[in-house]
Design a binder for this molecule. Sequence first.
Ligand SMILES: [Fe+2]
Length: 440
Amino acid sequence: MTGASFSVRSADEAMQRDRLGLQLTAANGEAARAFDDAVWAYVGFSREPGVPLKRALQADPAMPMALCLQGYFMHLMGLPALLAKARSAHASLESNPGLNPRERAHAAALGAWCEGELERCCEILDGILREQPRDFLALKLANYLYFYLGDAANVRDGPARALPHWDQSTPGYGHLLALHAFGLEECGDYAAAERAGRRATEINPADPWAVHAVAHVMEMQERSTEGVLWIETLAPHWDTANFFRYHLWWHLALMHWGAGRFDEALRLYDARVWGEGSNENLSLCNDISLLARLELAGVDVGGRWDAVAKVVREQSGSSVLAFADAHYALALGSAPAAVGSATSHGTTARVHDMIGRAVCEGVVAWRGKDYRRATELLTPVRKDLWKLGGSHAQRDLFVLILLDSALQIGDQTLARTLLTERAILRPDGRLPAQFTVAKE
Ligand SMILES: [Fe+2]
């Protein structure tokens, strides 16, 4: 009897709560607080979310949610070399019988991610959110994965499902609005996206995701003068963010590119986009996308491709996301080895089978000036580009490469079709003079 009551008291002592009231198993309050700080450092795009996480694991090396977060962070960095560390965190969780149901579900989500099964990971995270709609970590991770699955409806609807469980005084409300804003934008609801994004920016101008959502609206609506002002005015706030700040500089360069100011876009590439030491998937995609767009506009980018290709090669030449691999192929001038690997499995391998391989080979053909082959490879897959994941603005690169290839081989009919399709989401679409298509 005494033993039983002792064990119950021990369990109570081990149960902590995060700032939204969710229960955490932790050996002490210090571990729980440090874990909570790490989650919000991640949600808020802080530069060093690993620092509080390390503190949490020092205070309690077996803390379940801290181990889950460690595994998630390894995946979020998107480097194949880190997968072993994610698996090791998952193995520690598997051998722990003391997890609460949410922690067990997070461990299962991490396990699905380790197997490369991103859809299954999302299903598990959504299951957690049905029980715990205020689990911001699950929400944010699902949002990230749906984005790279090309599932715009769920990018929008995950935050929409959570909103009724928040009010303006709930921690993270601004971040939640920002997530919703971007999902609305990707679903083409530009007015609602801008309202939500502006409100989120008012709440927290240092939330780069809020600034980013509005920037996307302006990009899709070709409001480049406004877009430049929007991004630049808020830069003192968001430029303190982690590597995501390079993506906002990329958006600024894109605004200049859209307005035909290629010199300024190239200047921004050198000064801001090509971030020294930034080897994350997203940063490399920014670099590659901007260099390719500048070349599409007839700009000589000199030896800049070599520097990017070197960083890509240092990461074994491939990523864990089909979206990034399609960019890496451009930098390498060849399809990343993992794209053609018969041993690979999981979501990314399936996406490569469906579309990724064709896109990689198509952009490589374009860089090699084999425009006929680029056209043959990219034309059949152009309507499925969403399966690569990423945003409309990012995937536009592949449409532009196909459009350029069509024009290079004189296929005006295909070029007109592509412009018509592009106008569905960008009715005021403007393009550099190189893309001028003859009227029928
Ligand atoms: Fe973006």
